[in-house]
Design a protein around this ligand. Structure first.
Ligand SMILES: [Zn+2]
Length: 427
């Protein structure tokens, strides 16, 4: 990283966990060299009118490699992440094969080594994410894996989940849960409610999520294990997490942009681009997720970036796979749709998820002298129109096609190297 020239991010407003101030930021040799007024360097990256913040961190990214490289690769996913302002992403383990062993962990980390964003990976809780026997978490933890999840599915068996939590507590790692009771979901393809009834599409009730949230809070109390709830989507889930946090349990939660911007009414189009798990819910649920972000019950915004090829998303609604693109729209959706103070919004997209992922020694750091230069520069006023075919992803399944959003990343700096300049990828 020392071969990158010294440069200054000029004329921006720094926003980090310490607060806000007008300042130039000089970067050299991979670190922030100076923060102050009227600083200069050989090279200038214009940050006027912009926010200079720690790079964003996504704790929920599906990279599809190994196994479904036609939908996404580590490289294309990471490029989209960099364009979206992310300097770190946490890969989900539902690849083929699943990321459930040291060998596959190493494979993904190796693929990420040249990516324009730091690629971390989660590990599966159970072998092949099948929910039957515990995966070798210790050997994965030894490679630096800090979060384990069977994402794409929840761990159904209560006793196995208890054992996983006891094991994880001993290893000092976090378990993340995709809360969904398989039996209760029973082949549902959208939220069970007035729209599923009207459209004649089999639904899955909110209770399928809520029962697992309830169980895992109980098991966190029993075991002391840190549990992170992924893509929280219902009002009662948010309420249960709020109570658990107030009770001092080691519980955190994330919400996705689609769960705070879209409702089940979108499914009236029968367009599978709106099919996702957990499903789009009611207006009251959307309001509750927003309230959870506002009051700090939900500390992280995560993309659940889930690329699928056009062929698979052109299937009928009940046959298409669930999932939506997210990396290149998450920040703009948060800026456009949420009335959160900037330090709260950026906390939810950078330093809070950095803690969840266990990467807060390098990411989500204050913008201060000597800190690693993982940064993003955001133009909060620019408006732009979402075009999936202009994204870095190999897939096109954005539910926001054609939507006008406010706020976009201008530059992204990874370990002192500008990997995005003026919205253009540099590698
Ligand atoms: Zn999930």
């Amino acid at each position: 990283m020392s071969d990158h020239p010294t440069f200054v991010l000029k004329g921006g407003r720094v926003v980090d966990a310490r607060g806000e101030r007008l300042a130039d930021v000089v970067v050299a040799d991979g670190v922030v060299r100076a923060v102050g007024v009227d600083l200069s360097a050989d090279r200038v990256l214009d940050a006027s009118g912009c926010i200079v913040a720690p790079g964003l961190v996504d704790v929920h990214t599906h990279l599809r490699e190994p196994g479904r490289e036609e939908a996404e690769t580590v490289e294309t996913g990471a490029r989209g992440a960099a364009l979206g302002g992310y300097t770190a992403i946490l890969a989900m383990p539902n690849t083929t094969p699943a990321i459930d062993s040291a060998a596959v962990v190493n494979q993904v980390l190796e693929l990420g080594r040249t990516a324009p964003c730091d690629v971390y990976t989660s590990g599966a809780i159970t072998v092949d994410r099948a929910g039957e026997q515990l995966a070798p978490m210790a050997e994965m933890a030894a490679l630096g894996v800090r979060v384990f999840t069977d994402d794409g599915a929840g761990v159904q068996d209560n006793r196995l989940m208890r054992r996983a939590m006891e094991y994880a507590t001993g290893l000092g790692v976090t378990l993340a849960q995709h809360c969904e009771d398989d039996a209760l979901c029973g082949g549902g393809h959208m939220h069970e409610g007035e729209w599923s009834a009207r459209l004649g599409i089999a639904g899955q009730p909110a209770e399928a999520e809520e029962l697992m949230v309830m169980r895992d809070i109980a098991l966190a109390r029993l075991t002391g294990c840190r549990i992170h709830f992924q893509h929280l989507s219902t009002a009662r889930s948010v309420a249960m997490v709020r109570d658990a946090v107030a009770a001092g349990l080691p519980v955190t939660a994330e919400a996705t942009p689609h769960h705070f911007t879209l409702t089940h009414a979108e499914c009236a189009s029968y367009d599978p681009v709106f099919k996702v798990n957990p499903p789009l819910r009611t207006e009251a649920d959307v309001a509750a997720v927003r309230a959870g972000l506002t009051d700090g019950t939900i500390t992280a915004i995560a993309t659940d970036h889930a690329p699928h090829t056009p062929e698979s998303k052109e299937l009928p609604f009940d046959q298409a796979p669930p999932g939506m693109l997210g990396l290149e729209t998450a920040l703009a959706l948060a800026l456009t749709e949420l009335a959160l103070p900037l330090p709260v919004l950026l906390g939810a997209m950078s330093w809070n998820p950095a803690k969840v992922a266990g990467v807060d020694d390098v990411h989500g750091r204050p913008v201060a002298e000597g800190e690693p230069a993982n940064l993003c520069v955001i133009d909060p006023e620019i408006t732009w129109t979402v075009r999936a075919d202009a994204m870095a992803s190999r897939s096109r399944n954005s539910p926001y096609e054609g939507r006008e959003l406010k706020g976009r990343v201008r530059h992204t700096i990874l370990a002192g190297e500008p990997v995005v300049i003026a919205g253009e990828p540099q590698r």
